[in-house]
Design a binder for this molecule. Structure first.
Ligand code: C2O
Length: 544
């Protein structure tokens, strides 16, 4: 591989959407940010220079970061934030991965404006295991706030309540013609008839899982989270924040002049506030010779059919269709036995609020979210730094429980007491052990689907179901042959999901809900793969 150099200048830039102009934090003045394009095996160097008042840090979402934990990015987990005027160089190599991923800021809610595609092409002279596309197009979903998203979350955290929802969803930064004062801010994909396009789809939205469809067109899904899958056809895709997927779009053989709408809107099962608006874009067939029309009217164009907002069984069915290729060239190395087992409950709840006059959570508390009833508090020193220098004392503890502190009928009547404990606890995965985590959704404050993301690893989704996980019955149905391999997965609303992986990447890695509101409320934990010894040759300089 070669080394590819990128420079990220973090600057304020005026941006206008929905007739609101605001000064926002950007990478190189762009929204969405620049594309990173590399090949499998390449080394990436990104020099970040921070020119804004905010602290920043960047995560290369889905990159394994094998032995390069310092480049992973979450603030206070693997590094201290990059302060105003400071520079930080992210340096990592892409090992054994190819496909679509993305990068985003990993501190407070800055990823609302700091995100962009991270595209990994196969090595030279290696082809895709599917039809070669005529063209490749990134499609990246996001959200737009007329207000400053940083202010939105800090206000919510101070009052202990839920933050305001965004004003629009976006495709490649554009809200589209269904919003007020937005007709000119529409993503338009111009295509030729009878060709195959590869859409590299990324959900960079902060707080919503999305349905997406293109009217009158079928999509073929070929990859998820930068891993090839067994292709399958669908009219509608479901994509959670943190997930990426590659789909083939075959354009109609003879449709010159035709125009179709594409649209995305949220899948939402819980109670509470959410944005139920729709972002739309345009798929426009180019006329063979004449130059394409300048202004397309969407009047009379039908919106693609999207499922209802709470279509739980549609979503479960859809996610069940993802299967690893599991071929000799792309094997699924699923751990067949387990050395370290965890059972994590995912819950929303409440925690004590110091200023109870202003606290908007249940009964004068503040909203909290937890894994195993522990709401993770960010430390003052980065976990990886504390671990590396042997100074964990006072920074974190290693007593993260393997089962919940407060067992109950998880998908039945919620308990009266939903208080969580605050702590900075790390779950320990001894280096190179095989790990199973059962992620159990709970009914506290409304059963809701949570996109759980693990840094530093891909995992295999060996099982999923509704209701409470039954350790005596459910493992018999686990798939060890071709389970999908991902880095982010939606834990079904009112159900559970089981993942397996080998803890072969030393360091401290974050696991969290990829809804930023839940992340801010503490739905995260450190996963420490400890006990790795650097090979002798790396640890000491050899004496001849
Ligand atoms: Cu995409 Cu911890 O994040």
């Amino acid at each position: 591989g070669i080394t590819r150099h990128y420079k990220f200048h973090i600057r304020l830039q005026n941006m206008t959407r929905l007739c609101h102009t605001k000064s926002m934090v950007t990478v190189n003045g762009k929204f969405p940010g620049p594309r990173i394009v590399a090949r499998e095996g390449d080394r990436i160097l990104v020099k970040v220079v921070n020119h804004v008042p905010n602290n920043v840090s960047f995560h290369w979402h889905g990159i394994r970061q094998i032995q390069t934990g310092w480049a992973d990015g979450p603030a206070y987990i693997t590094q201290c934030p990059i302060q105003t005027g400071q520079t930080y160089v992210y340096n990592y190599t892409i090992v054994g991965q190819r496909g679509t991923l993305f990068w985003h800021a990993h501190i407070t809610w800055l990823r609302a404006t700091l995100y962009g595609p991270l595209i990994i092409l196969p090595k030279h002279n290696v082809s895709y295991p599917f039809q070669k596309p005529y063209k490749e197009v990134p499609i990246i979903f996001g959200e737009w706030w007329n207000a400053d998203p940083e202010a939105v979350i800090s206000q919510a955290l101070q009052t202990g309540g839920g933050p305001n929802v965004s004003d629009a969803y976006t495709i490649n930064g554009f809200p589209g013609p269904l919003y007020n004062c937005s007709a000119n801010e529409t993503f338009k994909l111009k295509v030729k008839a009878g060709k195959t396009y590869l859409l590299r789809m990324i959900n960079a939205a902060l707080n919503d899982e999305l349905f997406f469809s293109i009217a009158n067109h079928t999509l073929i899904i070929v990859e998820a989270d930068a891993v090839y899958i067994k292709p399958f056809e669908t009219d509608i895709i479901v994509i959670a924040p943190g997930q990426t997927t590659n789909v083939l779009l075959k354009t109609k053989p003879n449709s010159p002049n035709a125009t179709f709408l594409m649209a995305a809107r949220p899948y939402f099962t819980g109670s509470g506030t959410f944005d139920n608006s729709t972002v739309a874009g345009i798929l426009e067939y180019k006329k063979p010779s004449v130059s394409s029309a300048s202004n397309v009217s969407i009047e009379g164009l039908p919106l693609p059919t999207l499922p209802p907002i709470n279509a739980t069984s549609f979503v479960a069915n859809f996610s069940n269709k993802f299967r690893s290729l599991a071929t000799p060239q792309f094997p699924a190395n699923v751990p067949q036995t387990v050395q370290k087992r965890f059972f994590f409950t995912i819950g929303l709840g409440s925690s004590p609020c110091s200023n109870n006059q202003t606290c908007q959570g249940p009964n004068g508390t503040k909203f909290a979210a937890s894994l195993n009833n522990i709401s993770f508090a960010l430390p003052k020193t980065a976990l990886l730094q504390a671990h590396f220098f042997g100074q964990a004392n006072g920074v974190y503890t290693t007593d993260f429980p393997t089962t919940p502190l407060m067992p109950f009928n998880y998908t039945g009547t919620p308990p009266n007491n939903t208080m969580v404990a605050n702590g900075t606890k790390v779950a320990v995965l001894p280096f190179n052990t095989t790990v199973e985590v059962v992620l159990q959704g709970t009914s506290i404050l409304g059963a809701e689907s949570h996109p759980l993301h693990l840094h530093g690893y891909n995992f295999f989704v060996v099982g999923q179901g509704f209701g409470n996980f039954d350790p005596n019955k459910d493992p018999a149905n686990f798939n060890f042959v071709d389970p999908v391999e991902r880095n982010t997965v939606g834990v079904p609303s009112g159900g559970w999901l089981a993942i397996r992986f080998r803890a072969d990447n030393p360091g401290v890695w974050l696991m969290h809900c990829h809804f930023d509101v839940h992340l801010s409320w503490g739905l995260r934990t450190g996963m420490g793969s400890f006990g790795w010894q650097a090979p002798q040759s790396e640890a000491t300089s050899s004496t001849v």
